[in-house]
Design a protein around this ligand. Structure first.
Ligand code: HEM
Length: 411
């Protein structure tokens, strides 16, 4: 196929460019327009909030190929980096952690904490996660009905776990949860995003300074002693890394727990299998929910470092790229009946955790929490059901991480 080149921001084509992200029609599915693009224009220009027009990549193979391509950069300081919102662009310098860097810097920083996030490292947390799950379910059982599952279970569980790992006092959860929410709201006033980001980073900077003076056996404590005290990492860079881990460590999993539970409640037969099934069924159900829901739903953002020919187009060096994992995970060429929940789906190479060198560091932890949380919840409350009509559920359309705002349930 002969490659065609489309010039960035070409005004003649501007009105033809769809805006991204698009609105959902069904809250359980990515926008229908994405499916249409995937079928008709799998690599195409789209228009962002700032009028820029990066490439949107919607097919599974193209998404994986680009995310694994060393000619593609995740560096948020590059001029055409396609930010999801003015607020996230405004905080780019103050919050640039390794997720927004390329190797070797990315690898150097990621390596400092990788041992805490390996499958083996995370497995040691199993007794803690099981205890926290049980305690939260006990409290739910004792408390009033209906209850908001987000507040009572989905949000506290991953927050408590990441606090334990990092050495952040869980007592400060209102503070860091509110600030994380403000950072991830793509409709927020940019000043509000920057303020939330700065306050959360200041909080972590103080905590790290304390851990420099008084060693603690947790991730931030080890970062402080091994790297900050020895001059290999600035306190401020350690705080930025802490911010990434704290935010990514609770928002994503919390939304998977709540939205995943709602999805299971809408599929009672499969929910019963998760409740009564063995480990293999639960594992497979978790992967399927990760694929189907793809809660990190506004694409992985990148910039081309060189001209790249792909799918009949040439992406020029310096142009922005958005690889839409939410679309890739529904690509019929990669998954049979991709819009259906099938907890027995065989091999499930979804890209809900991204792909390539930036693939989610916390995925063993997320899997551990989800594999424990769903069956424990369904076993404790076999009769779990929505306490309001489905139509009344409000969704997180304006957030970087999608899900439900509240989930009133009873049993
Ligand atoms: C179900 C839960 C989760 C989902 C769906 C998820 C999703 C993702 C995705 C899609 C990426 C790739 C970003 C990119 O390529 O630009 C990512 C990266 C990352 N995630 Fe997660 N994540 C989850 C849980 C967690 C947890 C529990 C942590 C723990 C701290 C975590 C920490 C990170 C970090 C540090 C990165 C950056 C990795 C790098 O740049 O090398 N995530 N995550």
């Amino acid at each position: 196929m002969t490659p065609t080149t489309i010039t960035a921001g070409n005004d003649a084509n501007a009105s033809a460019e769809p805006t991204y992200p698009m609105a959902r029609t069904c809250p359980f599915d990515p926008p229908a327009e994405l499916a249409q693009l995937r079928a008709e224009k799998p690599i195409t220009r789209i228009r962002l909030w700032d009028g820029s027009s990066p490439w949107l990549v919607t097919r599974y193979d193209d998404v994986r190929n680009l995310l694994a391509d060393p000619r593609v950069s995740a560096d948020t300081l590059l001029p055409n980096y396609p930010f999801p919102s003015p607020g996230l662009r405004a905080r780019r310098r103050a919050s640039r952690s390794f997720i927004g860097m390329d190797d070797p810097d990315h690898a150097r920083l990621r390596k400092m904490i990788i041992s805490d996030f390996t499958v083996r490292g995370t497995e040691s947390l199993r007794p803690l996660v099981e205890k926290l799950v049980n305690d939260l379910l006990d409290a739910m059982e004792r408390g009033p009905r209906p209850v908001d599952l987000v507040e009572a279970f989905a949000l506290p569980l991953p927050s408590m776990v990441i606090c334990h790992m990092l050495g952040v006092p869980y007592a400060d959860h209102d503070f860091f949860q509110d600030h994380s929410r403000a950072i991830l709201d793509i409709t927020a006033d940019p000043q509000e995003t920057v303020r939330a980001n700065d306050e959360l980073r200041d909080y972590l900077t103080t905590l790290i300074a304390e851990k420099e003076a008084e060693p603690t056996d947790d991730i931030l404590g080890r970062l402080a002693q091994r790297y900050v005290v020895t001059g290999r990492l600035s306190r401020s860079d350690a705080a930025t890394m802490g911010l990434l881990l704290l935010v990514a460590g609770h928002e994503t999993t919390a939304n998977m727990i709540a939205f995943g539970t709602l999805t299971l409640l809408e599929h009672p037969e499969q929910a019963a299998e998760v409740r009564d099934g063995d480990t293999a069924v639960v594992k497979s159900a978790v992967e399927e929910l990760l694929r189907l829901l793809t809660v990190v739903h506004t694409g992985r953002r990148r910039v081309a470092l060189e001209d790249i020919e792909i799918g009949g187009v040439t992406i020029r060096a310096g142009e922005g790229i958005i690889t839409a994992g939410e679309s890739a995970n529904r690509d019929p060429s990669a998954f049979e009946s991709p819009d259906e929940l099938d907890i027995h789906r065989g091999s499930n190479h979804h890209v809900a955790f991204g792909f390539g060198v930036h693939q989610c560091l916390g995925q063993p932890l997320a899997r551990l929490e989800l594999q424990i949380a769903y069956p424990a919840l369904l076993r404790r409350f076999p009769d779990l059901h929505l306490a309001v009509p489905l139509e009344e559920i409000r969704y997180r359309d304006k957030m970087v991480v999608y899900g439900v705002q509240e989930l009133p349930v009873s049993w």
